[in-house]
Structures are given as structure tokens and as C-alpha cells.
Write a protein that binds this ligand. Structure first.
Ligand SMILES: Cc1cc2nc3c(=O)[nH]c(=O)nc-3n(C[C@H](O)[C@H](O)[C@H](O)COP(=O)(O)OP(=O)(O)OC[C@H]3O[C@@H](n4cnc5c(N)ncnc54)[C@H](O)[C@@H]3O)c2cc1C
Ligand code: SF4
Length: 490
């Protein structure tokens, strides 16, 4: 433990973000770093608890508590405080293949479980993590490290999101020969074409890691959809094992009157085409512009927030975000105690930016969409809504009950549906005859990651449903370990 009294002496300090009114003029990352001295002091706030809940990574009521990849947080907090950055890096890389991803986009369930957080602001774990890896890259400490020998076994990983990348990285380090197949034209899954650039830079952060992995011997094949552009049977014949990490981005639709009008799009179509246009340096044919439009985003979660921030950067005329759930409380409710994930109201970066431009949080809570109306050409013009109350039904389940007299009409030229995801695409799983679980995800037990089809494993959102980057890394690593065990027996 670096400083026994650090948590009493020092206050939590996070770097100031770039100012909302400045950052909405570009697509650059908005988080900044603290100076080295200040970050070292943040490391001193760690109490090095006897039982460090921050790295436990367990599920409580369906939400993560502690770090899902079991980062040995107290160890590197201590090393940071002592200025031993290279040692901290070694500890961090033992559990996390891509700290530069999680250090930017992880919602940090570790901090929700930090013991200091019981009665004081928690340790800045996520920023500490990001600093360790960013300093390492800046100081040239991250170099390609290909395996010294090869096993002669080959694996195809389908899908290049964080699960596929973590799996490929682990298998390659063990000496297996890995090929990653990706249907998009760039590697990275939702790190590339989901989460917007201002949260994680595509060229400087995502592609930098992909280049490193390629230098370490992993082959990446893009613009190839397995099951369509190349047969999965062929892949099975060619390789000793397959790991399916295809994600779960089948969107939830809103089947109300007027859904067919033009100007109503799924969030992923809006966000994906936006990032591709940015990276290609020109608008793609499927680019959806929010410029000078009244934008209504249906869904108050993180994907909706990314749509708010993207619409602002296009120059939207107005932005409204509709959420059917009630607003979260300002502090933990009594049924949501530490070390659970804190379900509290927060203004995320997109809402902060919208508030700076339009003067208020764009979200309305406890509201549902009844129908869409259009002009004579079939272009959406209005969203008709009604407020709801969450009440218990006869079985004791909470259901939204409409409140008569609260009907509203919101002007809309662009409607974005960001209401979550239903599961993985069918093509690949059907092609390989993979059994599904009750939620239509690929069926495989956590730990074995084995599907019903011989030689085929699965991990990430494709197995657990839409989740988090850190869980995808956890699953990719787990599937690699299971696959390695299998490979070494054949
Ligand atoms: C808009 C948005 C924002 C998000 N923001 C965050 C965030 O800030 N923090 C966070 O922790 N999580 C966030 N998430 C969730 C997180 O991105 C996912 O949980 C994570 O990326 C899942 O990783 P994965 O590797 O399982 O799948 P994905 O990242 O979805 O990658 C799957 C890849 O497989 C490819 N693929 C699918 N089928 C085939 C096939 N047949 N052949 C070849 N390739 C195929 C897909 O093209 C895709 O590239 C966000 C999700 C969305 C949608
Ligand atoms: S990966 Fe996420 S949960 Fe784990 S230490 Fe980093 S920020 Fe915390």
C-alpha cells in the first residue's frame, strides 16, 4: 500500500473534459489526462482493502459489480503512486489485453464497488488504467511481441469486436495461427462502427492495436461475411477450431402506426454510416444527416446518448430523447446498496453537450411513443407520445400504464430508434447449426464456451447478448483458454 492515509488526505480528481461547446465542433476524443503528479496522487487514494471488491467482477441483480476481467487494481494503484509506471503496466496487461479500450469506454463497475466509495468519492480506477497504457504507448513500451514458436494448429475467429480481438490475441500468444474474419471493411466491431469517435479514436486507438496484432502474426480478413461470402463449412475444414464472436446487433423495432415513413432509422445505421463517412473522408451513400433537423431519439440508454452527441455534431435544429423508464434517483436507492452497480441519474457526455446548446437535458422520462405522422410525401414530421406510470400488475410485475390527457406531439424530421438489441444475426449461427438459448443467443456455457457443433466455440455479445466491452474481453479470453485446451488434445 503506497500511502496508508492517502484516502483521507487527497480528494478524487478527474481530468476536465474538453468543454461541450468546443468539442461539438469536431469528432476528437473529449476526455483529457491529468498530469503525471496528479495521477500518482490518485493512486495513493486506494486503501488496498483486505477484500478488494473493485476486482471481484461478479453479477449482482444482473449488473456487474467489480471489474469483469479481474484487473488487479490495488496493485497497480500502489505502483502508480510510487511512480513505477512500467511495473503497473506489467500488472495491468496480465488481465487486460486492451486497457486503452476499457480505459476510454468502460462504465467502470470497479468504481461502483470501490470501498472508498461507501462514504467518499471512489478511487479514479478507470483514469488510472487509461493513464498507465497511454503513457506506455507514448513512451514506446508497447511493441509487437510475436510468439517464439508456433503449435501448428490453426483457428478462425469470426467477428473482430473486442471479444474476437481478445480471443485472437490470447490464442496467438499461445502460438496458434489465427485468422480473423470480419464482414465490415474495418476491424474492431462496435469499437470501430458503434461507439463514436469522440469516445474512442478509430485510427489512433483502435487501428493502432489492430496493427500491432497484425505485426504479431494475426491475419485479418475484412469485407467477408462468413456464411455468405465464404462458407462456414469451408472454414471448419480449413481450421482446427472456430470461435464465433459475431456480436448481437439485431435491433429492437417499434411497430407503431407510421413506422414505415421515411426518416425513421435504427441507431446503428445512423452511427455506423457516420463513422464510415468520417474515416473515408466523404459521405457514404447510406449516410444519414441530422443537419438542421428536429431529431427525436427513442431510447434513453448509452446508444441513444451516442446518437444525441452525433446529431449535435451534424448541427441538429432540436434534439429530444425519449425514455420509457423513470428517471433514476440522484443517490443510491435503499435496494441498490454498495457494492452494486449504482443506478443513479447522470448526465452523460451527449446530454451535457445538448444542455450546453439547448439549455436542458434532452431526455424526457416515463414517456412512450403512440404513433408517427408524416407529410404528404411520406416523410416523418411528428412523433405522438403519451406519459406512463409504472404500476404493478396482478402478478406483481411493473408495467407502464398510460396516463390519459398527457398526449403530446413532437416535431420530428429524423427519428432514431435506440431501444436496445434482440440478439445475434441468424445467418452465421443457422449456417453452422448452432443451438440458441431462450434469448436467441448462441447457446454455450460460460466457462466452456463450447457450442453444440464440434470444434466451434462462441463468446462475447453473440453468447451473452448485448453487453459491455469489458465483458466481451472477459469472454474472448475465456473462449481462447477453452479453445486452447481443446486444440492441445487433438
Ligand atoms: C452504439 C453503441 C455504443 C456502445 N457503447 C459502449 C460503451 O461506451 N462502453 C461499453 O463497454 N460498451 C458499449 N457498447 C457495447 C459494446 O460495444 C459491445 O458489448 C461489444 O462491442 C461486444 O463485443 P463483441 O466482440 O461481442 O461484438 P461486436 O463488437 O458487436 O463485434 C462483432 C463483429 O462481428 C462481425 N460479424 C458478425 N457476423 C459476422 C459474419 N457472419 N462474418 C464476419 N463477421 C461477422 C460484425 O460485423 C462485428 O464487427 C456499445 C454498443 C453500442 C451499440
Ligand atoms: S476494465 Fe472497466 S471495470 Fe475493469 S478496471 Fe478498467 S474501468 Fe474498471
Amino acid at each position: 500500500m503506497g500511502k496508508a492515509t492517502g484516502f483521507m488526505e487527497y480528494k478524487r480528481e478527474v481530468p476536465a473534459d474538453r468543454l461541450p461547446l468546443e468539442r461539438i465542433n469536431d469528432w476528437k476524443e473529449f476526455h483529457l489526462h491529468l498530469s503525471e503528479d496528479k495521477q500518482m496522487i490518485q493512486g495513493a487514494r486506494c486503501m488496498d482493502c483486505g477484500i478488494p471488491f473493485c476486482h471481484s467482477g461478479i453479477l449482482i441483480n444482473g449488473a456487474a459489480s467489480g471489474c469483469p476481467i479481474n484487473n488487479v487494481i490495488p496493485e497497480w494503484n500502489d505502483l502508480i503512486y510510487k511512480g513505477l509506471w512500467e511495473e503497473a503496466l506489467k500488472r495491468l496487461l496480465k488481465t487486460n489485453n486492451f486497457p486503452e479500450f476499457t480505459g476510454r469506454v468502460c462504465p467502470a463497475p470497479c468504481e461502483g464497488a470501490c470501498t472508498v466509495g461507501i462514504n467518499d468519492p471512489q478511487v479514479t480506477i478507470k483514469n488510472n488504467e487509461c493513464n498507465i497504457i497511454d503513457r506506455a504507448f507514448a513512451n514506446g513500451l508497447i511493441k509487437p511481441a510475436p510468439p517464439t514458436s508456433r503449435t501448428g494448429k490453426t483457428v478462425a475467429v469470426v467477428g473482430s469486436g473486442p471479444a474476437g480481438l481478445a480471443c485472437a490475441d490470447q490464442l496467438n500468444k499461445l502460438g496458434h495461427t489465427v485468422t480473423v474474419y470480419e464482414r465490415a471493411d474495418r476491424i474492431g466491431g462496435l469499437l470501430m462502427y458503434g461507439i463514436p469517435n469522440m469516445k474512442i479514436d478509430k485510427e489512433e486507438v483502435v487501428q493502432r492495436r489492430v496493427n500491432l496484432m497484425a505485426e504479431e502474426g494475426i491475419e485479418f480478413i475484412t469485407s467477408t461475411e462468413v456464411g455468405k461470402d465464404c462458407s462456414s463449412e469451408e472454414l471448419l475444414e480449413k481450421h482446427d477450431a472456430l470461435v464465433l464472436c459475431g456480436g448481437a446487433t439485431k435491433p429492437r423495432d417499434l411497430p407503431v402506426e407510421g413506422r414505415e415513413f421515411s426518416g425513421i432509422h435504427f441507431a446503428m445505421d445512423f452511427l455506423g454510416a457516420n463513422t464510415k463517412s468520417l474515416l473515408d473522408g466523404k459521405e457514404t451513400p447510406d449516410f444519414i444527416s441530422a443537419k438542421n433537423k428536429n431529431v427525436v431519439i427513442i431510447g434513453g440508454g448509452d446508444t441513444g446518448t451516442d446518437c444525441v452527441a452525433t446529431s449535435l455534431r451534424h448541427g441538429a435544429k432540436s434534439i429530444t430523447q425519449l425514455e420509457i423508464m423513470p428517471m433514476a434517483p440522484l443517490e443510491r436507492a435503499s435496494d441498490n446498496p454498495w457494492p452494486q452497480w449504482p443506478k443513479i441519474y447522470k448526465m452523460d457526455y451527449g446530454q451535457e453537450e445538448a444542455a450546453a446548446v439547448f439549455g436542458k437535458d434532452p431526455r424526457s422520462f416515463c414517456i412512450t411513443t403512440k404513433k408517427f405522422a408524416s407529410d404528404t410525401s411520406g416523410q416523418v414530421k411528428e412523433v405522438h407520445t403519451i406519459d406512463v406510470n409504472w404500476e404493478k400488475d396482478a402478478q406483481g410485475r411493473f408495467i407502464p400504464k398510460e396516463i390519459p390527457g398527457t398526449e403530446k406531439v413532437i416535431a420530428a424530421d429524423l427519428v432514431i430508434l435506440a431501444m436496445g438489441f434482440l440478439g445475434p444475426d441468424d445467418l452465421l449461427l443457422n449456417d453452422l447449426g448452432i443451438e440458441r438459448d431462450a434469448r436467441s443467443n448462441a447457446k454455450a456455457d460460460y466457462g466452456s464456451f463450447k457450442t453444440n457443433t464440434p470444434k466451434v466455440f462462441t463468446a462475447g455479445d453473440m453468447r451473452r447478448g448485448q453487453s459491455l466491452v469489458v465483458w466481451a474481453i472477459n469472454e474472448g479470453r475465456g473462449a481462447a483458454a477453452a479453445c486452447d485446451q481443446f486444440l492441445m488434445t487433438i
